[in-house]
Write a protein that binds this ligand. Structure first.
Ligand code: NAI
Ligand code: MG
Length: 353
């Protein structure tokens, strides 16, 4: 079996961490009858500077033909004034998510026994945020009236469709059913009554089909407190695009930190390839120094294998990262390692499994 994988290393530390993810993938599949065929795409800031292009139609069409996309990070160094702010993020990253209908933005968040987190007294926790990825306030549905005047009006209207909400809620219930059977809807339906009501009804409808899943509701502001105070209460969180964006950064911060947070942008209907990308950005402050933590990218590789149905290889990556992180923590030897030293440690763990 051969899968064709599009690789977008991107900018800054993106290509550095993706190189380690590829090594982990090859190690995890070494003894399986499966081959990954990689095609590299040069996209991001340096491509934009060279060509003035963010994402050409033809490139987008060519990306569609792959089974999955492995994505590093894109984004300019804020010091570099040649690149207008937000162009790459909107016209490349968001465009990919919208065009490829990545309506499930998945961010698994967990601690590893023995590995310290910023939460001093926390027990271990393991939850996943299912963030809607194609609707909400991020669709560009808004406008500016009387720009520059004292009476300027700017609107940014959140779009929530029954189809869009139902399909992501359905995915969240499926995930909850295969995990610990708990789903939390996060919204703010006391003030955002129209959208909140649609979300709530979608959850109530699906709850009837999943008697094994118990669900509750939490306002987003309360959710930020619980994520810090007692994150072990969560199993699966389902929420809209904006709330999910904010909550998942918090989730990254309360677990192992940004260098360890993977994510997947999934097209659950299989009409276009899903994309696997670390939560972190291009980290211009450490780019080129070979010190970026490749853990998030390696975990993304595991999520990708899982999505492709290669669950044993996926489990090898997850387990290798898990045991290696615990060993570094136990022996206090994890600091100051280079990107490739970390990557090599994961590869030897994978090979030993
Ligand atoms: P960032 O995630 O790139 O960096 C934030 C901080 O975390 C920095 O101090 C960085 O050194 C550190 N960091 C990030 N990843 C790390 C890793 N793997 N190992 C060790 N340290 C790590 O976020 P920032 O600085 O806000 O954005 C930098 C650029 O990346 C911007 O152009 C931004 O727009 C873009 N960006 C792109 C994303 C993407 O491609 N998905 C996501 C977030 C930001
Ligand atoms: Mg974000």
């Amino acid at each position: 079996q051969t899968f064709s994988i599009a690789v977008i290393g991107g900018d800054g530390i993106g290509p550095e961490v993706i190189a380690e993810a590829r090594r982990a993938l090859n190690a995890a599949l070494a003894h399986e009858d499966t081959t990954l065929q990689y095609t590299d795409y040069e996209l991001g800031t340096s491509h934009w500077l060279k060509t003035g292009e963010t994402l050409h139609e033809e490139t987008l069409e060519s990306l569609r033909a792959h089974d999955a996309i492995l994505f590093g990070a894109v984004g300019a160094d804020p010091q570099d004034k040649r690149i207008p702010s937000g162009v790459i993020e909107r016209d490349l990253l968001l465009k990919l998510r919208f065009e490829l209908d990545h309506y499930i933005n998945l961010r698994p968040t967990r601690t590893y026994p023995g590995v310290p987190t910023p939460l001093a007294a926390a027990e271990d926790f393991d939850f996943v945020v299912v963030r809607e990825g194609t609707e909400g306030p991020y669709v560009g549905n808004g406008g500016t009236l009387r720009r520059g005047s004292e009476h300027e009006i700017a609107t940014e209207v959140s779009v929530n469709t029954a189809h869009g909400v139902r399909r992501v809620v359905a995915d969240a219930f499926r995930r909850a059913a295969s995990r610990r059977g708990r789903l939390t809807l996060v919204h703010k339906h006391n003030v955002l009554t129209h959208a909140g009501n649609l979300w709530r009804r979608a959850v109530e409808e699906h709850a009837a089909q999943y008697p094994q899943v118990s669900w509750d509701y939490m306002h987003v502001d309360a959710a930020t407190i619980h994520m810090v105070a007692d994150p072990q209460r969560f199993d699966v969180i389902v929420t809209d695009n904006l709330f999910g964006d904010i909550l998942t950064d918090l989730a990254g911060a309360v677990s192992g930190g940004i260098g360890q947070a993977p994510s997947a942008s999934i097209n659950g209907e299989g009409t276009a390839p899903s994309m696997f990308e670390p939560v972190h950005g291009s980290a211009p402050d450490i780019a080129g120094q070979g010190i970026a933590d490749p853990t998030a990218a390696v975990l993304c590789a595991g999520l990708m294998l899982d999505h492709l149905g290669l669950d044993q290889a996926a489990a090898r990556i997850e387990r290798a990262v898990h045991t290696q992180l615990s060993q570094w923590a136990e022996q206090d030897t994890g600091q100051g390692l280079s990107t490739t030293e970390r990557g090599e440690a994961y590869v030897s763990r994978i090979k030993a499994l």
